[in-house]
Design a protein around this ligand. Structure first.
Ligand code: NAD
Length: 422
């Protein structure tokens, strides 16, 4: 078989841009400015691990400062490189524009395998990385606001916030320097599952589109559809559990770093997550066909209605796109389908729901977290104030149209949502 040439992640993202750009009618110079990455900061810093100095390579890319602050996750992975962070920052700019949250796109990366480090070492690395970002003004509630991504979560965000606060104890907005924080540390409820929940909503909407389902030869509605998931991390596990619980989807295949499993009769995702937490692997899960580590990519070719790549980029390319058997590919990860792969899938009539729309739930809820941090008010209070203002307007309207005067006592009761005494 002739293997297709490997295209870099950034080249692939830019090819999508080049295909869409002529449809905007924008000036060529402006399009060039939208496409380029405004700035990348590359750092090397030493950290003492097991009595030895390790030099860690890390990045922060700010793709667009057109809107500020810039926003985007921080990834911990052995594969981190400049091309990858720039590609991911670029996708963030387009994603923020699509859901209309007023941020520019950014992304950070630390080139480590987080699963090989102790918690204490990860804390050291995270705090040192944050210090470097502070030193070069690549973080701040008005400058650049990181969030979780592959290999990081609320724990790392709490360390980032704490480090930032130590440098700026007089900054009342310090909590807005990072999102995805634990709820008890100025985070918001719902952020952890936001990306996976958004992915579920996006798939559900696609399945409710009659024209699309007719074209694919599928029944309307998400219920009863079969789904395959690659990656059981934050995004993959929430997409899978919510799809099974709220969408009555049948999960038939799953892959993780150790390999893949398939069972056409269905895999209970809660039982599988418990099994992996207990045994450290999905491969010993009962009654499933097993694919070892070297065959885990077979997951892309499993028979199903909906394939959800939720791990990393470049998973479906010119080499395997022709073998994909799913009818819908839901891009939960960033960039899992390359531009070459997408062209082959389009020819074959496979529908791809794009990442910049489908996984935008995370940044949307992050926006609310940032707003909450800057307003210094709990959402319950904000909502109460909004309701009171709306009720006051209703009472004014009733008085104006009926010509009757509502007593101050009743007015207060209505506005505060209490029982009305007449
Ligand atoms: P995560 O670290 O929580 O989970 C990733 C999982 O994928 C891990 O369990 C890992 O073991 C697994 N994995 C790695 N390589 C694999 C392989 N080759 N085959 C199968 N499984 C593999 O990361 P996450 O936060 O869930 O992010 C996943 C993807 O979603 C990334 O592309 C990220 O950029 C994107 N994303 C994340 C968020 C977010 O809020 N966390 C938001 C938008 C997009």
């Amino acid at each position: 078989m002739i293997m297709a040439k490997n295209v870099s992640f950034l080249d692939s993202v830019n090819r999508y841009f080049d295909a869409a750009a002529p449809h905007t009618g924008l000036d060529e110079g402006l399009l060039k400015q939208i496409k380029v990455c405004n700035g990348v900061y590359q750092i090397h810093f030493p950290v003492m691990v097991d009595g030895k100095v390790q030099v860690i390579e890390a990045y922060r890319a700010q793709h667009s400062n057109h809107r500020s602050p810039t926003k985007g996750g921080i990834r911990y992975s052995n594969h981190v490189n400049q091309d990858e962070v720039v590609a991911l920052a670029t996708l963030m700019s387009y994603k923020c524009a699509i859901v209309d949250v007023p941020f520019g796109g950014a992304k950070g990366g630390v080139k480590i395998n987080p699963w090989e480090y102790s918690e204490a070492d990860l804390e050291k690395i995270t705090r040192r990385y944050t210090t470097e970002l502070i030193r070069h003004k690549f973080i701040g509630p008005a400058i650049d606001v990181p969030a979780p991504d592959y290999g990081t979560g609320s724990r790392e965000m709490a360390w980032i916030y704490d480090t930032y606060r130590a440098f700026y104890p007089d900054d009342i907005n310090a909590a807005g320097c990072v999102t995805g924080k634990p709820v008890n540390q100025n985070g918001v409820r719902g952020r952890t599952e936001a990306t996976g929940r958004g992915v579920f909503y996006g798939i559900r909407e696609a399945c409710n589109n009659k024209e699309l389902m007719d074209k694919l030869g599928l029944e309307m509605g998400i219920e009863g559809k079969t789904m395959v998931i690659q990656g059981l991390g934050n995004v993959g596990s929430y997409t899978a559990t919510i799809s099974q619980d709220e969408g009555e989807v049948k999960i038939v295949g799953v892959s993780e770093v150790e390999g893949a499993i398939y069972n056409a009769d269905g895999i209970d995702i809660h039982a599988l997550l418990r099994h992996r937490a207990h045994h450290g692997s999905i491969l010993s899960y009962p009654d499933a066909r097993i694919y070892g580590k070297d065959k885990r990519r077979a997951v892309m070719e499993f028979e199903c209605d909906i394939l959800v790549p939720a791990a990393l980029e470049n998973q479906i390319d010119a080499n395997n796109a022709a073998n994909v058997r799913a009818k819908i590919i839901a891009e939960a990860a960033n960039g899992p389908v390359t531009a070459d792969g997408a062209a082959i899938l389009a020819e074959r009539g496979v529908v791809v729901i794009p990442d910049i729309y489908l996984n935008a739930g995370g940044v949307t809820v992050s926006y609310f977290e940032w707003l909450k941090n800057l307003s210094h008010m709990r959402f319950g209070r904000l909502e109460k104030r909004f309701d009171e203002r709306a009720y006051r307007r209703i009472v004014d309207q009733i008085e104006a149209t009926t010509g009757k005067v509502i007593s101050d006592r009743d007015r207060e009761l209505i506005v505060r949502g209490g029982p009305l005494h007449t």
